[in-house]
Design a protein around this ligand. Sequence first.
Ligand code: PLP
Length: 361
Amino acid sequence: MIPFNNFKLHYQDLKPNIDEAITRVMDSGWYVLGKEVVAFEKEFAQYLNAKHCVGVASGTEAITLALMANNIGIGDEIITTNITAFPTITGIVQAGAKPIVVDVFKENGLIDYTKIASKINEKTKGIVPVHLYGQSCDMDYIMKIAKQYNLCVIEDCAQATGATYKNKKCGTIGNCGAFSFYPTKNLGAHGDAGAITTNNEETYNKLLSLRNYGQTKRYYHDFNGINSRLDELQAAILRVKLPFLKHWNKKRAQIASYYKEHLKGVTFLKENEYGESANHLFVIKVANRDHFLKYLNNNGVAALIHYPIPIHKQKAFLYQKDEVLEVSENFSSDILSLPIYPELSEKNLQEIVTIINKYEL
Ligand SMILES: Cc1ncc(COP(=O)(O)O)c(C=O)c1O
C-alpha cells in the first residue's frame, strides 16, 4: 500500500538532529514555556515576517485564543466556511461564539467571499477564512469586508504554513494567524502543537497571558484564560524542522506539478495566481467518486476525502440545518485527496499516476 503520509520516513531523515534536541530538553530539567518555546516563537515569526508569535497547544486552541484575544466571546457571531476541518468550528465554539458558515467557490472549495456580507448582523464580530488545502483565500476581498463592518479576521493557517498571498505569508494579513503543527501538517511536531501570529503588540501580550490561565505575572490573573502552552519538547523539535520547511514545500509543489502534468480524466482544483500554495493536500474532483476511491484502495493507493460532509450537515453543528448550501454539498461528493508529502518517492508517484490513468468508469 502506498500510504497517505509516512511519518517514520519523515523522522528518519532528521533523526540525529531531533534526538539531539529531545535530549537537550530532557537534560535541561525545564519542560513547559522555556528557552525553546521563546526561540521557536522568534524563529517562526521571522520565517513568516510577522511581528509576534505565541506558541500554543494546538491549531484548534490557536483559533480559540486568537478570538479571545480580540475580545470575542458569548453572544458573538463568527463567519467561516462550510468546507473545512471541523476543528475550525471547534475553535470558534470554544471561544463561546456562534459559528455561521457560508458556501464556497466550486473551483477550489475556498470561502465564497461574495456570500459573507449577507450573513453580517449586529452580532457579527469576525471572519475566520480558511486557507484550504494550502491555498490562500483572496485576502484583499476579505479584509475589505472586515474593514467595512469593523470585524476582526483570524486566518486559519492550519493547512497553509508557508503559503503566500501577494508575496505575504499567510497568517500575517488578518488580525491573527492560527497555525497547527499536528504531525500531518507541512511543519509537523511529534505530538500536538500550534501557534498564533500577530502584528499587534497589545494582542500579543494578551495572548501570552491567555494561553497561561490569564496570568500576567506569577499568580496574578487579569483575564480568564485557558491552559494551552506549547511544551519545550515540541518547540525544540519544531526548531529542528523549520529550516527544512521551504525545501519540503518545494517538494510538495513538484509532486503537485507532476500530478497535473500526468493525470488524465480527473479535474484539478483551480489555483489562484495571487499566491503560492503550500500544497498541503492534493485534491481532485472525479465522477463517481466513491467507486473511484474503492478502486484506488483496492489497487494499493491510500486516498482520503477532505471533507466528506460539509459543516452544516455535521450532527454537532446546531445551526443552519435547513439551509441549502449547494456548492459545498456538491463539492464534498466529488472530491478526493491523493498522497502528497516530501518523502513520497518518484517510483510511488509514478505508480499512483499509472493506476489512476488505467481507471475506467
Ligand atoms: C483547517 C484546519 N483548522 C484547524 C485545525 C486544527 O488543528 P489541530 O489539529 O492542531 O488542533 C486543522 C487540523 O486538522 C485544520 O485542518
